[in-house]
Design a protein around this ligand. Structure first.
Ligand SMILES: CSC[C@H]1O[C@H](OP(=O)(O)O)[C@H](O)[C@@H]1O
Length: 327
């Protein structure tokens, strides 16, 4: 398995050659591989990796299954990782070729899903605003780099740009790991889409001042009631949209919807190392006594979510519809 190391983008394009399950767990835990739908794909191919390593090292079935569990559990919030593992795991008994084919099919289906949800979301936005170029804000990275292809939040922006209906994108840098300035800006620049990068603290005033028409984000887990877990800072974007009467659009494939999780209160929020907050480029920017507080995600209640766009259709939680309506 060869993966693009997203930790060094955009300054360097480097790939990691992964031959062992422990290496994949490390790549996921350090966000070399990241983004909810991409984690689903990594989880599915991780099962093949475990089968290969087990055959190479003479593992027992229990040892192989424990390695698969380790991949599944590498990060807790994005439902897609466990979903991807468990989608192909039942085929292990049928052999490596069956699991590999299922993993490839899962990746292709994700890209198709992203294109469909992007079309549906663009139609919804242009129907709401009239057929004119729109100004968007986005948080974190939910583009090609976070999926198997096309992107989700950035897929919506790509679709609007393809229809010549995207004027400008305000990109939240997305501290502490800068997925916005490093990855989203990188993708938009590659596409020639007009954008500017802002500190996360500017998001609320950008929205309240009317500098954008809508905000669009990805998701890591969507609960049955429409509560949405996404990169920390999304809740602030949602609240600013709510008080401004502007839509918050959540773009995510159905694999991100977790009907087994009733509400956002039941979603485990990943707590990452505090040093990611207070140490930048190896230099500490806070007193030694000051510990970093680093929840990687937050939960936006359904009442602040204007639209959830999936390939199965659209849900408008703030208007009372729920993901369960599409089940
Ligand atoms: C379509 S990606 C969904 C989601 O994943 C990102 O988290 P991370 O960079 O920690 O993997 C971010 O929350 C995106 O919105």
């Amino acid at each position: 398995m060869v993966v693009l190391d997203q930790r060094v983008l955009p300054g360097a394009t480097e790939h990691l050659k992964i031959g062992e399950c422990a290496q994949l767990v490390e790549a996921i835990a350090t966000l070399a591989v990241r983004g909810a739908p991409a984690l689903g794909v990594a989880g599915a191919f991780g099962v093949v990796l475990a089968m290969d390593e087990a055959a190479r090292k003479g593992w027992t079935e229990a040892e192989r299954d424990a390695a698969i569990d380790g991949i599944r559990d590498a990060r807790p919030t994005a439902v897609n990782l466990a979903w991807g593992v468990e989608r192909v795991r039942p085929l292990v008994a049928a052999g490596r070729d069956a699991v590999l084919a299922a993993a490839r099919e899962l990746a292709e289906a994700d890209t198709a899903a992203n294109r469909e949800l992007s079309r549906l979301a663009a139609d919804w936005l242009l129907e709401r605003f009239g057929d004119r170029p729109l100004r968007a804000l986005t948080h974190c990275n939910a583009g090609v780099l976070a999926t198997s292809g096309w992107g989700t939040a950035l897929g919506v922006l790509r679709e609007l740009a393809a229809r010549d209906r995207l004027e400008h994108v305000h990109v939240d840098e997305t501290r502490p790991l800068l997925q916005g300035s490093r990855l989203t800006a990188y993708e938009l620049a590659q596409e020639g889409i007009a954008h500017s990068v802002q500190v996360d603290g500017a998001a609320a005033s950008t929205i309240v001042r009317g500098l954008v028409d809508f905000a669009v984000v990805g998701a890591d887990r969507i609960a049955a009631n429409g509560d949405v877990a996404n990169k920390v800072g999304t809740l602030g974007v949602a609240l600013a949209c709510h008080v401004s009467g502007l839509p918050l659009v959540v773009a995510a494939p159905w694999s991100t919807v977790d009907l087994e999780t009733a509400t956002g209160e039941d979603i485990e929020i990943e707590e990452r190392p505090g040093d990611e907050v207070v140490v930048i480029g190896g230099e500490r920017f806070a007193p030694e006594v000051s510990q970093g507080f680093n929840p990687a995600f937050d939960v936006t209640p359904a009442r602040f979510v204007s639209l959830i766009a999936t390939e199965r259709g659209l849900v408008e939680p703030s208007a009372g519809t729920r993901p369960t309506d599409l089940a």
